[in-house]
Design a protein around this ligand. Structure first.
Ligand SMILES: O=C(CO)COP(=O)(O)O
Length: 252
């Protein structure tokens, strides 16, 4: 049994005060044993959010980090800086970072290794564009992203990796993938992990779907064989909506 995992990705939203307001408003977060939950917030909010959630079941994650330990990388944040303040998860290779910030499969791989080296849980994002889907290349694209992103990781590290399938055409568009399509692609990812490692490893790895997930459709996704959770943007910005997502994952 894989534990459900719902993560909110706030992207570049919320001031410090608004972030604190969100956390203060949470009243119904399920036990971490039943549903793992995380809010991946902008860097400057992380320490405060970690401190404020010490007695809560929610985890705090980052949206990116650098792959080197330390050094002359102006504007960057290291894995050690994140773990030092109690951050547990980090999103790696989100399609927006691939599109706007030159993230490549190679940097995704370096960052994923660096996350494991520092005991951070990486949420590695993969997903095809609409053009790639229309050309019938969705599976091929995602298989390649998984292969290159996980290259060189040990089986134990892969078991502790979360993979988020986020088709680019479904992000922030309101045009979510059908649960059947999302499940099929998450199945492709699991099969690829089995081919690269083993069936046992692929049974452990948790795969999230992301792209216009909301309280109204979360249960449909969670009911799918290969979907173990969701990476949520817009619907994770309001505390009541986020709690409804957690409740949807809990009751599935
Ligand atoms: O990119 C996403 C999460 O990382 C998905 O965003 P939306 O839920 O707003 O479509």
């Amino acid at each position: 049994m894989r534990k459900p995992f719902i993560a909110g990705n706030w992207k570049m939203n919320k001031t410090f005060d608004e972030a604190v307001e969100f956390i203060d408003a949470l009243s119904n977060v399920p036990s971490n044993d039943e549903v793992e939950s995380a809010i991946c917030a902008p860097f400057i909010q992380l320490k405060e959010l970690v401190d404020k959630t010490q007695s809560s079941q929610i985890n705090i994650g980052a949206q990116n980090m650098h792959f080197e330990d330390a050094g002359a990388y102006t504007g960057e944040v290291s894995a050690e800086m994140l773990t030092n303040i109690g951050v547990k998860h980090v999103i790696i290779g989100h399609s927006e970072r691939r599109q706007y910030f030159n993230e490549t499969d190679e940097t995704v791989n370096l960052k994923t290794k660096q996350a494991h080296k520092n005991n951070l849980v990486p949420i590695v994002c993969v997903g095809e564009s609409d053009k790639e889907r229309e050309a019938g290349k969705a599976a091929e694209v995602v298989e390649s992203q998984v292969k290159l992103g996980l290259e060189g990781l040990t089986a134990e590290q892969v078991k502790a990796t979360v993979i988020a399938y986020e088709p680019i055409w479904a992000i922030g568009t309101g045009k979510s993938a059908t649960s059947a399509d999302a499940n099929e692609m998450c199945g492709v990812i699991r099969k690829q992990v089995a081919a690269l490692y083993s069936g046992a490893v692929s049974e452990k790895v948790r795969i999230q779907y992301g792209g216009s997930v909301k309280p109204e459709n979360i249960k449909e996704y969670m009911a799918c064989e290969h979907i173990d959770g969701a990476l949520v943007g817009g619907a994770a910005l309001k505390p009541d909506s986020f709690e409804m997502l957690l409740a949807g994952a809990l009751n599935e």
